[in-house]
Structure formats: C-alpha cells, structure tokens
Design a binder for this molecule. Structure first.
Ligand SMILES: [Zn+2]
Length: 333
C-alpha cells in the first residue's frame, strides 16, 4: 500500500472482519485512564513516554481495546519522533482512515477498524517499501502473545481466566496435559501494576486470574474451559466460597474471536447443570499483570498449608475423577 491508497481509504475504507462496540462506561471500566483518554477521546500521549516507543523485539502489536492484531514489529522503525512508528499494518482492513482537520492541519487519523479506537496518524514520509509512517500512541497498543518464543512459532496459545482465588485456579489448571505454564496475576481492572493488597481492597477493578500457556494440539481451549467451569461455581456473582468481592468474579478474558465463541458455547453447555444463571463474564483480554512472586506456584510450594488442604485438595480429587485422561500424572483407570 502507498499514500494514494491511504487517501482513497479515507473516503472508502476496507471493511473489517468483525466489529466490537461498547458503551463509554464499559471502555472506562476496561482501560486505564491514559488508555481511555488516547483511544476513546482521541488523545495523544507525550512523546518518548510510551512503553512501546523504543523497543524493537519481535512480536505483534494488538489494539489495547479489542485485541485485534494491528502491527508487526518487523515493520517498526525508529522515526525519532517518540512514538512507535510502522510502515504498514499486518492487514489493510484492520485500520480505519479518517481525514482529520483539527488544529488547522490536514492529517489522516488512523483508528482500529474493529472498535474505532484512536491509534494515531499516518504520514507520507516513512521509509520503503510503503513510504508511510504510521505514528501510533503506545497507549493504544498491547504486545500480543505471538513473539517467536511464545507465539505462533511454538504453536502455544494463551488463555486468561479467573474463578476466585488464583492459588486454586493455578494449582488445578497446572495439572493438565498440554499446559506449559500457569501464572497468577490480575486482569480486567483500571490500575497499572496493581499489588495484591490493592486488588484485594477491591478498588482497582482487577480480577484474580491465571494466564495459561497451552498447546492446542494436546489440549483444546474448550476443554481447558470445561475444567475451569467445573472447578468453580460460575453462578455466584463476585463470590467464590468464602471469598467475596469483584476480584473473585468468574471471568473469561478471550484473546481472539475463536476463544470468545468457545467461551460462550461452553457457558451454554454448562447452564443446564445449574439452577441459577451462570454469571461468568466473557470479556476481551487487554492486559495481564503478573502477581508477586510469593503468589506463584502457591500450592506446589507448600501443599500442606491449610488453604491447600481444605480448598484445593478436594477440587483436585474431583478433577481426577472427571478429567483423568487430561491429567499430566494420569493414574491407571
Ligand atoms: Zn480495537
């Protein structure tokens, strides 16, 4: 693509593969204040301040609002402007183009074509092959889990979900064949780098979640979700057992459209087994903050602790009953 294509697209742009629409309140809930200001209110971050402005590690940059993959690090270059700069998007139809005449200038604004998040502007002064400079706010981007080590090349997928206390969810999902790693952390809130204490006080909006790296050739995402659904009570709003608060909400953060569809299907599949409606939230993944080190592998470090004995062990026993063939340490049936 070249500058002529850009100008044409401001009049008649390519149609996106899908659309994501949310209320302002929902975006506010999901994003940090800075992300909200930039993406939903057409803001601009101060140059040289964004976390992606001077990094060139391989990987894909996705829309911070809806997770759509937008730019590849191999098309990133140092424009010395203080904003991440790219020569082209991963696909032409992931970007929307709009003529922007604010501040008495004529510029072309670029937006996420799926959710209309403001990303930045595109200029005709970039390097080859396109001659374009997509000048993008860091705050509108997130690094997708698709670098060569962790992404497409390894064939691993990422899943993020919360079902009450993460010590428990982590211990259970870690037993499954095909699960390469499980990390405990926080997602879905408004504060950057929250601490356990802040999340527990309930003010950050984050849920306690686990981030699972798994091999879909061994464990299907929908099976991972089935284990997750069976191992917690998805009908108690903001509560699991004795743990109460929005940080204990039942939630599935999907990383792509297929995961969203799978999550909705598994919830429909489980509803008939419950008298009350399933309240599990299905929300787009935005960002995961790893919890403090002493929260990682809590069960494995000391299975004798009271919480492990009383809460985790009974669930492990149940899991062995229902998902024997999926367990790493499968005992003979
Ligand atoms: Zn988007």
């Amino acid at each position: 693509m070249n500058w002529n294509d850009v100008l044409n697209y401001t009049r008649n742009g390519p149609a996106p593969d899908r659309r994501v629409t949310k209320s302002e309140g929902e975006w506010k809930q999901q994003l940090t204040p800075e992300q909200y200001r930039v993406t939903r209110q057409h803001g601009t971050e101060a140059p040289f301040t964004g976390e992606h402005c001077a990094t060139y590690a391989p990987g894909i940059y996705a829309c911070v609002c809806c997770g759509t993959e937008l730019f590849d690090a191999t098309r990133k270059f140092d424009s010395r402007t203080g904003w991440p700069s790219f020569t082209e998007p991963v696909k032409e139809n992931v970007i929307g183009y709009r003529m922007d005449t604010s501040y008495g200038m004529q510029r072309v604004e670029v937006l996420c074509n799926v959710c209309d998040a403001h990303l930045g502007h595109v200029f005709p002064d970039g390097p080859p092959p396109t001659g374009l400079r997509f000048c993008i706010n860091s705050a509108s981007l997130q690094k997708a889990g698709s670098g060569p080590e962790e992404g497409a090349a390894s064939g691993l997928e990422t899943a993020t979900m919360g079902g009450g206390c993460f010590w428990c969810t982590e211990a259970l999902l870690d037993q499954l064949k095909g699960v390469e790693s499980v990390e405990s952390g926080y997602a879905g809130g408004v504060k950057d780098n929250p601490t356990y204490r802040e999340v527990c006080n309930g003010g950050t909006g984050h849920a306690e979640v686990v981030q699972v790296r798994f091999d879909p050739r061994v464990l299907r995402y929908s099976d991972l979700l089935r284990v997750f659904m069976l191992m917690h009570n998805p009908t108690t709003l903001n509560r699991q057992g004795a743990d109460e608060g929005t940080q204990y909400r039942s939630v599935i953060f999907y990383h792509n459209e297929e995961q969203q569809a799978a999550a909705e299907a598994v919830i429909r599949e489980f509803q008939p087994y419950w008298e009350k409606p399933i309240v599990t939230q299905v929300a787009p993944y935005t960002r995961f903050y790893k919890a403090e080190e002493h929260h990682q592998q809590y069960y494995r470090k000391d299975p004798g602790k009271a919480y492990c004995q009383s809460v985790i062990n009974p669930k492990l026993a149940r899991m062995k009953e229902f998902f024997r063939e999926h367990l790493k340490t499968a005992e003979p049936a």
